[in-house]
Design a protein around this ligand. Structure first.
Ligand code: 5RP
Length: 263
């Protein structure tokens, strides 16, 4: 692997081979999502606890101080919205802009099986060709659109493998039953999204713990962290699972302790 690409990746996936990425890119198609209405207020307090954070250039420039050292993953696909056709994404930000913003990776969503499968896959391949010239890692997001029932191993394994074959450095997908079939068929590191906010805190910790047990290298999680009443204890407890091998039960205990101490 070229030095630049390897160096950028090592800023995201830490020396233990794991990562806690904070996903805060939701506004690019969802608008002012609950508790991300003011990006600066939500994101900046969490940055010291994130290994990387993922957002658009607009949110980055308008809301985040350039003095933060946390690596940026720049969302470069979009052009869609929740009231339009969700799957209709293309490249919306150039590689020149990604370099200008000094980001550590770019992220692009693919919609396998949708009307826009070919468009999103060929855009991803073109993005990777260009990114290779500059040592820029590409993260593919295996988006499911509005069909949430697609979150099953056979489908996600297909999406992740296709993304890896096209040359992505990391794949972001959803956790599902038989998740080992997804990681087992994907030769590049996988991180999981959290999805909509789960019922209990323990559900979140269990999701993260099981995903790691079944081969994920970490998370790229959003709503289950920053839609929580206690986002900092939440991300700290998730870090304990990812970087300190805590169990879901231990993470839950740590979360309750930090919550009480207001840390
Ligand atoms: C949308 C994304 C989001 O960043 C992703 O869904 C992660 O956030 P959450 O944990 O809230 O699901 O990539 O395509």
């Amino acid at each position: 692997m070229d030095w630049g690409l390897s160096n950028r990746l090592s800023r995201i996936i830490k020396s233990d081979g794991r990562t806690v990425m904070l996903a805060v890119d939701h506004g690019y198609f969802q608008g002012p999502t609950f508790r991300l209405e003011n990006p600066k207020k939500t994101i900046e307090p969490l940055l010291p606890y994130a290994d990387a954070f993922m957002l658009t250039r607009g949110a980055l420039r308008s809301s985040i101080s350039p003095k933060f050292d946390t690596p940026v993953v720049l969302r470069v696909s979009g052009g869609n919205s929740i009231v339009g056709t969700l799957e209709n994404e293309e490249i919306i930000t150039s590689m020149k802009e990604a370099l200008r913003l000094n980001v550590s990776a770019v992220a692009f969503s693919i919609y396998v099986g949708s009307e826009y499968e070919h468009q999103t896959l060929t855009c991803l391949a073109k993005l990777i060709d260009e990114a290779q010239d500059y040592g820029m890692p590409v993260i593919a997001v295996t988006a499911v659109g509005k069909e949430l029932e697609k979150r099953e191993a056979r489908y996600l394994a297909l999406c992740c493998r296709i993304a890896a074959e096209l040359g992505t450095s990391i794949v972001k997908t959803y956790y599902c039953d038989d998740f080992e079939k997804v990681t087992g068929g994907c030769p590049v590191p996988i991180v999981i999204a959290g999805g909509p906010k789960l019922e209990t805190d323990f559900d979140v910790f269990k999701l993260v713990y099981e995903a790691l047990e079944k081969g994920a290298v970490g998370v790229d999680m959003g709503r289950n962290i920053w839609q929580h009443d206690y986002p900092i204890p939440m991300i700290k407890a998730i870090r304990a699972i990812v970087h300190e091998n805590a169990t879901a039960k231990e993470a839950n205990e740590l979360f309750n302790k930090l919550k009480k101490e207001k840390k």
